[in-house]
Design a protein around this ligand. Structure first.
Ligand SMILES: Nc1nc2c(ncn2[C@@H]2O[C@H](COP(=O)(O)OP(=O)(O)OP(=O)(O)O)[C@@H](O)[C@H]2O)c(=O)[nH]1
Length: 307
Protein backbone atom coordinates (compact mmCIF):
# COMPACT_ATOMS: atom_id res chain seq x y z
CA UNK A 1 0.00 0.00 0.00
CA UNK A 2 1.36 3.45 -0.78
CA UNK A 3 2.55 5.49 2.21
CA UNK A 4 0.49 8.55 1.36
CA UNK A 5 -2.68 6.45 1.54
CA UNK A 6 -1.63 4.98 4.92
CA UNK A 7 -1.01 8.49 6.22
CA UNK A 8 -4.40 9.70 4.98
CA UNK A 9 -6.16 6.71 6.57
CA UNK A 10 -4.40 7.21 9.92
CA UNK A 11 -5.29 10.92 9.89
CA UNK A 12 -8.94 10.15 9.14
CA UNK A 13 -9.42 7.71 12.03
CA UNK A 14 -11.73 8.81 14.85
CA UNK A 15 -9.24 7.53 17.38
CA UNK A 16 -5.96 8.92 18.69
CA UNK A 17 -2.84 7.08 17.47
CA UNK A 18 0.65 7.55 18.88
CA UNK A 19 3.71 5.52 17.89
CA UNK A 20 6.74 5.42 20.21
CA UNK A 21 10.27 4.21 19.58
CA UNK A 22 12.21 1.93 21.93
CA UNK A 23 13.17 4.88 24.11
CA UNK A 24 9.52 5.93 24.36
CA UNK A 25 9.89 8.95 22.05
CA UNK A 26 7.07 9.99 19.71
CA UNK A 27 7.58 8.75 16.15
CA UNK A 28 4.08 9.32 14.85
CA UNK A 29 1.04 11.33 16.01
CA UNK A 30 -2.14 11.32 13.92
CA UNK A 31 -4.44 14.21 13.13
CA UNK A 32 -6.93 13.21 15.88
CA UNK A 33 -4.13 13.75 18.43
CA UNK A 34 -3.24 17.10 16.88
CA UNK A 35 -6.84 18.31 16.96
CA UNK A 36 -7.56 17.24 20.54
CA UNK A 37 -4.22 18.07 22.19
CA UNK A 38 -3.61 21.31 20.30
CA UNK A 39 -0.03 20.11 19.61
CA UNK A 40 1.35 19.77 16.07
CA UNK A 41 3.38 16.66 15.23
CA UNK A 42 6.48 18.84 14.78
CA UNK A 43 6.16 19.98 18.41
CA UNK A 44 5.94 16.47 19.85
CA UNK A 45 8.23 14.50 17.55
CA UNK A 46 11.15 12.89 19.41
CA UNK A 47 9.73 13.72 22.85
CA UNK A 48 8.58 11.34 25.57
CA UNK A 49 4.91 11.53 26.58
CA UNK A 50 5.99 12.20 30.17
CA UNK A 51 7.93 15.27 28.93
CA UNK A 52 4.95 16.49 26.93
CA UNK A 53 2.46 15.79 29.72
CA UNK A 54 4.24 15.84 33.12
CA UNK A 55 0.90 15.07 34.83
CA UNK A 56 1.05 11.43 33.64
CA UNK A 57 4.49 10.88 35.20
CA UNK A 58 3.44 8.74 38.17
CA UNK A 59 0.23 7.37 36.72
CA UNK A 60 -0.91 4.09 35.20
CA UNK A 61 -0.38 5.29 31.63
CA UNK A 62 3.34 5.96 32.09
CA UNK A 63 3.67 2.66 33.90
CA UNK A 64 1.82 0.76 31.13
CA UNK A 65 4.02 2.35 28.42
CA UNK A 66 7.09 1.28 30.40
CA UNK A 67 5.75 -2.29 30.65
CA UNK A 68 5.16 -2.40 26.88
CA UNK A 69 8.65 -1.08 26.06
CA UNK A 70 10.54 -3.21 28.59
CA UNK A 71 8.55 -6.45 28.76
CA UNK A 72 6.35 -6.34 25.60
CA UNK A 73 3.20 -6.36 27.70
CA UNK A 74 -0.11 -5.02 26.36
CA UNK A 75 -2.53 -3.08 28.57
CA UNK A 76 -5.93 -1.52 28.48
CA UNK A 77 -6.72 1.50 30.66
CA UNK A 78 -10.48 1.71 31.14
CA UNK A 79 -11.98 5.10 32.01
CA UNK A 80 -13.49 3.77 35.25
CA UNK A 81 -10.43 4.34 37.47
CA UNK A 82 -8.89 7.40 35.84
CA UNK A 83 -11.26 8.72 33.17
CA UNK A 84 -8.91 11.32 31.65
CA UNK A 85 -5.16 10.66 31.99
CA UNK A 86 -4.14 12.83 29.00
CA UNK A 87 -4.99 16.55 28.75
CA UNK A 88 -6.96 16.23 25.51
CA UNK A 89 -10.22 18.07 24.73
CA UNK A 90 -13.15 17.70 22.34
CA UNK A 91 -13.53 21.42 21.62
CA UNK A 92 -11.19 24.38 22.28
CA UNK A 93 -13.53 25.85 24.95
CA UNK A 94 -13.41 22.63 26.96
CA UNK A 95 -9.81 23.33 27.98
CA UNK A 96 -10.84 26.41 29.99
CA UNK A 97 -13.54 24.39 31.74
CA UNK A 98 -11.10 21.48 32.32
CA UNK A 99 -13.56 19.15 30.57
CA UNK A 100 -11.10 16.55 29.29
CA UNK A 101 -12.07 13.74 26.93
CA UNK A 102 -12.83 10.56 28.88
CA UNK A 103 -10.41 8.01 27.53
CA UNK A 104 -10.15 4.30 26.87
CA UNK A 105 -6.48 3.63 26.08
CA UNK A 106 -4.87 0.54 24.53
CA UNK A 107 -1.09 0.16 24.76
CA UNK A 108 0.34 -2.48 22.41
CA UNK A 109 4.01 -3.47 21.96
CA UNK A 110 5.18 -3.67 18.31
CA UNK A 111 7.92 -5.69 16.65
CA UNK A 112 9.46 -3.18 14.30
CA UNK A 113 13.00 -1.76 13.89
CA UNK A 114 11.85 1.77 14.78
CA UNK A 115 8.42 1.62 16.38
CA UNK A 116 8.18 -0.27 19.69
CA UNK A 117 4.77 0.73 20.99
CA UNK A 118 1.37 1.74 19.65
CA UNK A 119 -1.04 3.79 21.80
CA UNK A 120 -4.72 4.05 20.79
CA UNK A 121 -6.96 6.54 22.52
CA UNK A 122 -10.75 6.26 22.22
CA UNK A 123 -13.15 9.04 23.16
CA UNK A 124 -15.55 7.59 25.75
CA UNK A 125 -17.11 10.90 26.84
CA UNK A 126 -20.53 10.36 25.18
CA UNK A 127 -20.96 6.66 26.16
CA UNK A 128 -19.92 7.44 29.74
CA UNK A 129 -22.41 10.31 29.93
CA UNK A 130 -25.16 8.02 28.55
CA UNK A 131 -24.20 5.34 31.06
CA UNK A 132 -24.44 7.84 33.94
CA UNK A 133 -27.84 9.08 32.71
CA UNK A 134 -29.13 5.49 32.51
CA UNK A 135 -27.81 4.73 36.00
CA UNK A 136 -29.52 7.84 37.40
CA UNK A 137 -32.77 6.94 35.67
CA UNK A 138 -32.69 3.38 36.94
CA UNK A 139 -32.09 4.47 40.56
CA UNK A 140 -34.99 6.91 40.22
CA UNK A 141 -37.18 4.08 38.88
CA UNK A 142 -36.21 1.81 41.77
CA UNK A 143 -36.99 4.60 44.24
CA UNK A 144 -40.37 5.25 42.59
CA UNK A 145 -41.25 1.56 42.60
CA UNK A 146 -41.17 1.66 46.43
CA UNK A 147 -43.24 4.81 46.74
CA UNK A 148 -46.99 5.30 46.90
CA UNK A 149 -47.73 7.81 44.12
CA UNK A 150 -50.59 9.51 45.98
CA UNK A 151 -49.16 10.03 49.45
CA UNK A 152 -45.43 9.81 48.56
CA UNK A 153 -44.86 7.56 51.59
CA UNK A 154 -43.54 4.00 51.17
CA UNK A 155 -45.89 1.57 49.45
CA UNK A 156 -46.88 -2.01 50.28
CA UNK A 157 -43.81 -3.35 48.51
CA UNK A 158 -41.57 -1.14 50.69
CA UNK A 159 -43.42 -2.30 53.80
CA UNK A 160 -43.13 -6.01 52.92
CA UNK A 161 -39.40 -5.64 52.37
CA UNK A 162 -38.83 -3.55 55.53
CA UNK A 163 -40.94 -5.93 57.58
CA UNK A 164 -38.96 -9.02 56.68
CA UNK A 165 -35.62 -7.18 57.15
CA UNK A 166 -36.50 -5.58 60.49
CA UNK A 167 -38.17 -8.75 61.79
CA UNK A 168 -35.07 -10.81 61.06
CA UNK A 169 -32.86 -8.16 62.71
CA UNK A 170 -35.10 -8.10 65.79
CA UNK A 171 -34.94 -11.91 65.99
CA UNK A 172 -31.14 -11.99 65.66
CA UNK A 173 -30.56 -9.20 68.18
CA UNK A 174 -33.42 -10.31 70.44
CA UNK A 175 -34.84 -6.78 70.42
CA UNK A 176 -38.51 -5.80 70.28
CA UNK A 177 -40.17 -4.72 67.03
CA UNK A 178 -43.49 -2.88 67.01
CA UNK A 179 -46.03 -2.36 64.26
CA UNK A 180 -48.76 0.28 64.13
CA UNK A 181 -51.67 -0.24 61.77
CA UNK A 182 -53.52 3.01 61.20
CA UNK A 183 -56.90 3.35 59.51
CA UNK A 184 -58.81 6.55 58.73
CA UNK A 185 -62.24 6.44 60.41
CA UNK A 186 -65.36 6.58 58.27
CA UNK A 187 -63.33 7.29 55.19
CA UNK A 188 -66.02 5.99 52.87
CA UNK A 189 -68.42 8.70 54.00
CA UNK A 190 -65.61 11.29 53.81
CA UNK A 191 -65.19 10.37 50.14
CA UNK A 192 -68.94 10.33 49.62
CA UNK A 193 -69.32 13.78 51.18
CA UNK A 194 -66.27 15.66 49.87
CA UNK A 195 -65.57 13.64 46.74
CA UNK A 196 -62.69 11.34 45.87
CA UNK A 197 -60.15 14.11 45.11
CA UNK A 198 -60.69 15.59 48.59
CA UNK A 199 -60.31 12.06 50.01
CA UNK A 200 -56.98 11.80 48.16
CA UNK A 201 -55.88 15.13 49.62
CA UNK A 202 -56.79 13.91 53.10
CA UNK A 203 -54.64 10.77 52.66
CA UNK A 204 -51.69 12.91 51.63
CA UNK A 205 -51.58 14.46 55.11
CA UNK A 206 -49.87 11.33 56.52
CA UNK A 207 -46.08 10.89 56.67
CA UNK A 208 -43.27 8.76 58.23
CA UNK A 209 -45.29 5.71 57.32
CA UNK A 210 -46.06 3.26 54.51
CA UNK A 211 -49.38 2.86 52.79
CA UNK A 212 -50.61 -0.65 53.42
CA UNK A 213 -53.65 -0.33 51.13
CA UNK A 214 -56.61 2.03 50.61
CA UNK A 215 -56.88 4.29 53.66
CA UNK A 216 -54.80 1.97 55.84
CA UNK A 217 -51.23 2.89 56.81
CA UNK A 218 -48.50 1.08 58.74
CA UNK A 219 -45.47 2.15 60.74
CA UNK A 220 -42.66 -0.23 61.71
CA UNK A 221 -40.83 0.75 64.88
CA UNK A 222 -37.57 -1.12 65.55
CA UNK A 223 -36.27 -1.38 69.15
CA UNK A 224 -39.71 -0.38 70.43
CA UNK A 225 -41.66 -2.32 73.04
CA UNK A 226 -45.44 -2.31 73.47
CA UNK A 227 -45.49 0.53 76.05
CA UNK A 228 -43.43 2.88 73.85
CA UNK A 229 -45.34 1.81 70.72
CA UNK A 230 -48.64 2.67 72.42
CA UNK A 231 -47.26 6.09 73.40
CA UNK A 232 -46.21 6.75 69.80
CA UNK A 233 -49.57 5.54 68.48
CA UNK A 234 -51.40 7.85 70.86
CA UNK A 235 -49.21 10.83 69.76
CA UNK A 236 -49.97 9.97 66.14
CA UNK A 237 -53.71 9.76 66.80
CA UNK A 238 -53.65 13.18 68.53
CA UNK A 239 -51.53 14.66 65.72
CA UNK A 240 -54.16 13.60 63.17
CA UNK A 241 -56.92 15.08 65.35
CA UNK A 242 -54.92 18.34 65.54
CA UNK A 243 -54.96 18.60 61.76
CA UNK A 244 -58.67 19.34 62.33
CA UNK A 245 -59.70 18.19 58.86
CA UNK A 246 -63.51 18.56 58.82
CA UNK A 247 -65.55 15.35 58.55
CA UNK A 248 -69.33 15.67 59.11
CA UNK A 249 -69.91 11.98 59.85
CA UNK A 250 -67.64 11.45 62.87
CA UNK A 251 -68.68 12.28 66.46
CA UNK A 252 -65.99 15.01 66.66
CA UNK A 253 -66.80 16.44 63.25
CA UNK A 254 -63.23 15.95 62.06
CA UNK A 255 -61.01 13.27 60.52
CA UNK A 256 -59.78 10.77 63.12
CA UNK A 257 -57.82 7.53 62.95
CA UNK A 258 -57.98 4.20 64.74
CA UNK A 259 -54.69 2.47 65.48
CA UNK A 260 -53.85 -1.16 66.20
CA UNK A 261 -50.53 -1.85 67.95
CA UNK A 262 -48.53 -5.08 68.13
CA UNK A 263 -45.03 -5.56 69.54
CA UNK A 264 -42.87 -8.61 70.07
CA UNK A 265 -39.31 -9.86 70.47
CA UNK A 266 -39.47 -12.60 67.83
CA UNK A 267 -38.54 -16.17 68.74
CA UNK A 268 -36.86 -18.37 66.08
CA UNK A 269 -40.20 -19.99 65.17
CA UNK A 270 -42.31 -16.81 64.90
CA UNK A 271 -43.27 -15.57 61.43
CA UNK A 272 -43.38 -11.87 60.63
CA UNK A 273 -47.01 -12.19 59.47
CA UNK A 274 -47.98 -12.95 63.08
CA UNK A 275 -47.04 -9.36 63.96
CA UNK A 276 -49.22 -8.10 61.08
CA UNK A 277 -52.13 -10.33 62.11
CA UNK A 278 -51.90 -9.14 65.73
CA UNK A 279 -51.83 -5.44 64.73
CA UNK A 280 -54.80 -6.13 62.45
CA UNK A 281 -56.83 -7.67 65.31
CA UNK A 282 -55.94 -4.68 67.52
CA UNK A 283 -57.01 -2.25 64.75
CA UNK A 284 -60.39 -3.89 64.25
CA UNK A 285 -60.90 -3.99 68.01
CA UNK A 286 -60.28 -0.18 68.00
CA UNK A 287 -62.95 0.20 65.31
CA UNK A 288 -65.38 -1.99 67.28
CA UNK A 289 -64.68 -0.06 70.46
CA UNK A 290 -65.85 3.20 68.81
CA UNK A 291 -62.89 4.41 66.62
CA UNK A 292 -60.51 7.37 67.27
CA UNK A 293 -58.50 5.25 69.72
CA UNK A 294 -55.43 3.02 70.03
CA UNK A 295 -55.53 -0.62 71.17
CA UNK A 296 -52.68 -3.09 71.46
CA UNK A 297 -52.75 -6.86 71.03
CA UNK A 298 -52.05 -8.67 74.30
CA UNK A 299 -50.70 -12.10 73.27
CA UNK A 300 -50.95 -13.36 76.88
CA UNK A 301 -54.76 -13.21 76.75
CA UNK A 302 -55.20 -13.32 72.96
CA UNK A 303 -57.20 -10.06 72.95
CA UNK A 304 -56.69 -6.36 72.36
CA UNK A 305 -56.48 -3.86 75.19
CA UNK A 306 -56.65 -0.05 75.31
CA UNK A 307 -53.24 1.64 75.15
N1 LIG B 1 -60.13 9.15 48.00
C1 LIG B 1 -59.62 7.92 48.11
N2 LIG B 1 -60.33 6.97 48.72
C2 LIG B 1 -59.83 5.73 48.87
C3 LIG B 1 -58.56 5.42 48.39
N3 LIG B 1 -58.30 4.10 48.70
C4 LIG B 1 -59.39 3.63 49.34
N4 LIG B 1 -60.32 4.61 49.45
C5 LIG B 1 -61.66 4.53 50.03
O1 LIG B 1 -61.58 4.27 51.40
C6 LIG B 1 -62.84 3.74 51.82
C7 LIG B 1 -62.61 2.69 52.87
O2 LIG B 1 -63.83 2.39 53.40
P1 LIG B 1 -64.09 1.22 54.45
O3 LIG B 1 -62.86 0.37 54.52
O4 LIG B 1 -65.37 0.58 54.07
O5 LIG B 1 -64.25 1.90 55.81
P2 LIG B 1 -64.49 3.35 56.34
O6 LIG B 1 -65.56 4.07 55.62
O7 LIG B 1 -63.15 4.05 56.39
O8 LIG B 1 -64.97 3.08 57.78
P3 LIG B 1 -64.14 2.50 59.00
O9 LIG B 1 -62.78 2.12 58.49
O10 LIG B 1 -64.91 1.32 59.51
O11 LIG B 1 -64.07 3.60 59.99
C8 LIG B 1 -63.52 3.21 50.57
O12 LIG B 1 -64.65 4.01 50.28
C9 LIG B 1 -62.47 3.38 49.50
O13 LIG B 1 -63.03 3.72 48.24
C10 LIG B 1 -57.82 6.45 47.72
O14 LIG B 1 -56.71 6.25 47.27
N5 LIG B 1 -58.38 7.67 47.61
Amino acid sequence: MDLELVRQVLDSLQVGLVLLDRAGRVVSWNDWMRRHSGLEFAAVQGQRLTELFPEIQDGRLAWAIDEALRFRLSSMLAPTLNPAPLPIYRRPGDRERSEQIQQLIYITPLQHPVCACLIQIHDMTAPRRRERRLRDQSSLLIETSYQDPLTKVGNRRRFDQDLSKLFQQARERQRPLALLMIDVDHFKSYNDHFGHPAGDACLREGDRIARYGGEEFVALLPDTDQVSACAIAERLRLAVAQLALPHPYTPLGQVTVSIGVAAMTPSPATLCYTLVAQADIALYSSKDAGRNRCLWYDAAIGKAQTC
